[in-house]
Design a protein around this ligand. Structure first.
Ligand SMILES: *Cc1c(COP(=O)(O)O)cnc(C)c1O
Length: 492
């Protein structure tokens, strides 16, 4: 045993060491006036950004400029907040795709509702932990409330469990792992197991299968109709043929809104088959799911409640900023079985059993408190505004489709199921694929609006995906003008 006097001298030494450390470490805690000052600067910056958003370029290609960021490495010195905002403005805000703009009509847009940012702000300042019920009953209840709200929207029963993920890809991974375990698939089964989807399924599904260890599973591309929707009859025939061959049909992945054309697979017809054949039905509604909130969407999405699992992306159809996807699993115990883990250092948390904890239903333990960024805008605006915005998107797609359909030289794709319009221009002479590849380049170089292109059955098409809450009639008229202007330039 050491003497108490030497103990106290050691403590004294440590105190002497701690005093200067504390002084410097306390720089991490900002005083109230300084906090207010940088907060005001951040708000002034975002206000200016939003004010200019209507006139701002939607796409600007410069792959070089942002390299300058590397000339400002992280080092020992503190840097003035204004300078950092300038770096952000010059090297992050300006280049590439302005995804907050209503003129973003490429890929699948979303927008970034302002109150969601405030939700993140509050969640981050208070740093509430939404992983386990014990740590924050309210945060967990808020997240679970969002899951239950989506459950009711879809028409799933009370046995449903789910979680808020970072996006559709992570939610899909969880879904596929859950379906794998629900059917007790083991390594030895993989090569005989079959999953069914169409060629239009999102690559997140292929990715999830591979990451989920299921790369060897037989993947069948079920034939599609002229609207790029799965043909249930063909699905049934393929399943029966596979059974005859001794294979094990396992899962069907249907799309409730494909990325390329927004096509909704005939869900009710597919569900009838998966029920009869005892297959897991997963629906990828990452893009289309929230159209359930509007009348025209409901018509198209009939039967969603018959799936075993559904993925939907609040950062698309609810217009949240990037970083929120959702998974719902009808028989919630399967989701729990695949994701639950017990650990000794979590034993205090086990006692609190008021609500199921998100960490028991997702690969994440520590997670961003996503519930707040979703709850806040839904409550603040009320559902009415969301319903109108989604109905507006569907009608805008129809409007744009009609304008294109009546334009000489334009060949439209299928009538939009939801809010994606597929089309191409067929030039008077020359290769249409080459022309449309140049057309999308010209649209990108122009930058007033943004669209993206895709290749379907070997041919290049342009697509307008309408889902930003900032996209309105004037946006679509401008998109049409830009297109016609570029067509004319290229034809000359
Ligand atoms: C966007 C999308 C995904 C992928 O979701 P992320 O949120 O980008 O990870 C999957 N499927 C469909 C149909 C999508 O539109």
């Amino acid at each position: 045993m050491t003497s108490s006097s030497s103990n106290s001298s050691k403590a004294k030494d440590l105190k002497n060491l701690l005093t200067p450390l504390e002084k410097t470490a306390k720089q991490l805690e900002i005083s109230a006036p300084n906090r207010q000052s940088i907060f005001d600067k951040a708000v002034a910056y975002t206000e200016q950004y939003l004010e200019n958003l209507k006139e701002a370029t939607v796409y600007y290609r410069d792959y070089e400029r942002s390299k300058t960021l590397f000339d400002h490495p992280i080092n020992e010195e503190a840097v003035d907040f204004n300078h950092l905002l300038t770096l952000y403005k010059d090297y992050v805000e300006k280049d590439g795709l302005n995804a907050a703009s209503g003129g973003h009509l490429g890929y699948i847009p979303g927008g970034g509702l302002y109150p969601a940012a405030l939700g993140d702000f509050i969640a981050d300042v208070t740093n509430r932990y939404a992983g386990v019920f014990f740590a924050n009953p309210g945060a967990v209840r808020m997240e679970n409330m969002m899951i239950r709200w989506m459950r009711d929207l879809v028409g799933f029963p009370e046995t449903t469990e789910g979680h808020l993920a970072s996006g559709g890809s992570m939610a899909s991974l969880s879904a596929i792992v859950t379906a794998r375990d629900a059917y007790e698939l083991k390594g030895a089964d993989f090569a005989n197991t079959v999953v069914y989807m169409t060629d239009q399924v999102h690559h997140a599904i292929h990715k999830a299968l591979r990451i989920g260890g299921l790369g060897e599973v037989v993947q069948r591309a079920v034939p599609m109709d002229e609207g790029y929707r799965m043909i249930p009859k063909a699905l049934k025939a393929q399943i029966e043929a596979d059974r005859k061959e001794g294979l094990k049909p396992w899962m069907v992945v249907g799309s409730a809104g494909t990325t390329d054309v927004g096509a909704v697979d005939p869900i009710e017809g597919i569900a009838e088959i998966t029920r009869q054949q005892n297959l897991w039905l997963h629906l990828d509604a990452a893009y289309g799911g929230f159209f359930l909130l509007c009348e025209s969407g409901q018509e198209r999405l009939k039967g969603l409640d018959q799936a075993d699992s559904i993925v939907m992306d609040p950062h698309k159809g609810l217009f949240l900023p990037y970083g929120t996807g959702a998974l719902l699993v009808k028989k919630g115990q399967y989701l729990h079985q695949s994701h639950y883990y017990k650990a000794a250092y979590m034993q205090d948390a086990d006692e609190a059993s008021g609500e199921i904890s998100p960490s028991e239903l997702s690969p994440e333990l520590t997670k961003h408190f996503r519930g707040l960024r979703m709850w806040l805008p839904l409550k603040l605006f009320g559902l009415k505004a969301f319903r109108a915005a989604l109905e507006e998107k569907i009608q805008l797609a129809r409007y744009f489709y009609e304008r294109l359909r009546n334009t000489t030289g334009i060949e439209v794709g299928p009538y939009p199921d939801l809010s994606v319009v597929l089309f191409r221009y067929v030039p008077e002479s020359g290769d249409p694929d080459d022309f449309n590849a140049r057309l999308i380049q010209a649209v990108h170089e122009d930058g007033r609006i943004f669209m993206s292109s895709t290749t379907i059955e070997g041919h290049v098409y342009l697509r307008a995906a309408i889902l930003s809450f900032r996209t309105h009639l004037a946006t679509m008229d401008q998109a049409y003008e830009v297109l016609m202007e570029k067509v004319e330039e290229l034809e000359d």
